[in-house]
Ligand binder design. Sequence first.
Ligand code: ATR
Length: 277
Amino acid sequence: MNTRPGPGRFVLFGHPVSHSWSPFIHGMFARQFDHVVDYKVQDVAPDRFRHAVINFFVEGGGGANVTLPHKPAAAEIVNELSARAERARAVNTIVRCSATELFGENTDGVGLVTDLTRNLGVKIGGSRLLILGAGGATRGVLAPLLEHEPRELRIANRTPERAQRLAEEFADLGEISATGFHAVENRPWDIVINATAASLAGEVPELPPRAVGAGTVCYDMAYGRGDTAFMRWAAGRGVERAHKGWGMLVEQAAESYLLWHGVRPETKPVMGALDRL
Ligand code: ATR
């Protein structure tokens, strides 16, 4: 990949996207370096996505983030994919190499792993790790999690066959298995990550009650003001450490910033600011 810092116009494509915190985060990053960065959101329907991306870069855009539902489509548009984005079959960061040469990366998994290990002090290596959900959110983080060599990684999903397919696809990268929620062992896992869309509806996957205990670290990839339904569920079962995905959001953004501008911003001040909102 031959990248260079592009001009100062950046965009987040999504649908919907108006609720995004990314302009705030990238604005705080830019101030750390006295960079002048124009980062906006653009709501674009799926049938207009390809056109919008090409237009943006032809008109001199420096780089783009991509969120739901466009991540898989972005992987089809770029000219070159990182190994991670290829595995995830999804791109959340587009880097401009030239007006017609676009590179696609997926920083979601690194964002999650950095938040867990560096910010929260969680040891993934040697752990028993349960991940809930078998959609795009799970696919995007499996490879970076497996790189840290958990003793066991289980995918549990409402539709077990979907989890099974995902486990088979990633089996070459580590110890990985799949079940439905009810078949999960009723003894505490070390780490439970919620990557289902259930939180959005205020629902929680139906896990056996003792799948979590006081020592389990629960992590909800969803985020927002206050505790998520999954965090409240965990606290109700005696879990002492339940986190939401703020840190993952900020860390994946820092990785995008590094790809575009060649410097990695400090993430702690941004997380502090989000906590105070
Ligand atoms: P994403 O890209 O956000 O992961 P997705 O591909 O639609 O979105 O996947 C959503 C995930 O959330 C799936 O694992 C889905 O389970 P199914 O595969 O059985 O559909 C899960 N999910 C959505 N709503 C849920 C709920 N209320 N309870 C449990 N799991 C749910």
